[in-house]
Design a protein around this ligand. Structure first.
Ligand code: OAD
Length: 313
């Protein structure tokens, strides 16, 4: 794809915002960092720099399905660092909601798992959570799905969450087997009592151990993205999109990074982030805080972007 030469300045983009009716916004962790949520790959502050101490050959292994299945304690020991502790959303989230409000948002494809797009008011029919989110969690064994909040206490405590439904099933199976065993047995009452007291804690531990591990419905490396991602992109959005804005992502993870190459070459492509990317060429790059860039863009277009973090003028 050849770079489109007619777009060079924020004013050009402001004009594009005026004209465009079907904007794809592709977002990454950078749109939430102003809220104190770390991104993944920023040196020093990103989650992956902080994970050097875990002894993993690659910090991305925290989100590797095989590693999770072998040892879920690794994920559970770091999950609290990325679990959203805030309901607040950033000015950039507000900007995307403003595009929706103006009837210009075709779809927001977000790689973020903090679910703050929903808090900002992006409607489900306008949002693809490409890597899932903490909004729900499922048991890896019995597949039962629960609201994400159910496992938040365990996530915050760094403790592997187990499936309540499995625990119940294991307990019932044990009880049924125990009844069978007891039948026909007799003996000293005191000894029997002692036996049951000592074993109850052990039994409970066994039941928990046998139960499936709960995994937040985040797309790990080694898992397919939700069907809606491909369906929406290839069957609806690709031919409709008239502007692409990528915000706060390093575009290091496929297939999301491939969205850009799939769009028709005449669709203008804009990049807003603190760090430049070298493996993708955009028509315009705005390097800096995305909140600052979108505030300036709205000012140029004449849109009022209201947010508590934006000083009133
Ligand atoms: P990265 O951490 O790879 O990239 C975040 C980008 O945002 C970097 O280029 C930062 O410079 C930039 N950035 C940070 N704060 C910013 C700010 N305030 N304003 C503008 N730019 C800012 O995060 P992603 O690209 O989202 O997967 O990572 C993609 C996927 O990799 C994630 O979804 C995650 C990870 O493995 C899963 O969780 C499954």
């Amino acid at each position: 794809r050849n770079k489109l030469p007619q777009y060079n300045t924020l004013k050009d983009v402001a004009k594009l915002l005026h004209q465009s009716k079907n904007i794809i916004v592709l977002t990454g962790a950078g749109i939430s960092t102003s809220l104190g949520i770390p991104d993944f790959r920023s040196k020093g502050t990103g989650l992956y720099s902080r994970l050097a101490s875990l002894g993993l050959s690659d910090p991305q292994e925290v989100f590797d399905l095989g590693v999770f299945n072998d040892d879920p304690t690794i994920f559970y020991s770091v999950a609290k660092d990325i679990l959203p502790t805030t309901d607040k959303f950033s000015p950039t989230h507000a900007f995307i909601e403003l595009l929706q409000h103006k009837g210009k948002l075709l779809t927001q494809y977000t790689q973020n798992i903090d679910n703050l797009e929903t808090r900002a008011g992006i409607r489900p029919d306008k949002l693809i959570q490409c890597h899932g989110s903490f909004a729900t969690a499922s048991c890896v064994k019995c597949k039962r799905r629960v609201p994400g909040e159910t496992i938040f206490p365990d996530l915050r405590a760094g403790k592997v969450a187990r499936c309540d439904a499995c625990i119940k099933t294991v307990a019932e199976a044990k009880k049924a087997a125990g009844k069978k065993r007891k039948r026909g047995k007799s003996g000293d009452t005191w000894r029997k009592k002692r036996y049951s007291e000592d074993s109850s804690a052990e039994e409970e531990e066994f039941e928990i151990r046998e139960a499936g591990v709960m995994k937040p419905d985040i797309t790990f490396f080694g898992e397919m993205l939700p069907d809606t991602f491909y369906k929406r992109l290839l069957e609806l959005d690709r031919d409709k999109c008239d502007l692409l804005i990528c915000i706060g992502t390093s575009l290091k993870v496929a297939p999301v990074s491939e969205i850009i190459g799939l769009l028709p070459p005449d669709v203008p492509q804009i990049y807003i982030s603190k760090t430049p990317v070298t493996h993708v060429e955009f028509d315009i790059d705005f390097l800096g805080s995305c909140d600052d860039v979108v505030v300036e863009l709205c000012r140029l277009v004449g849109w009022e972007l209201k947010h508590e973090m934006i000083p009133e003028v």
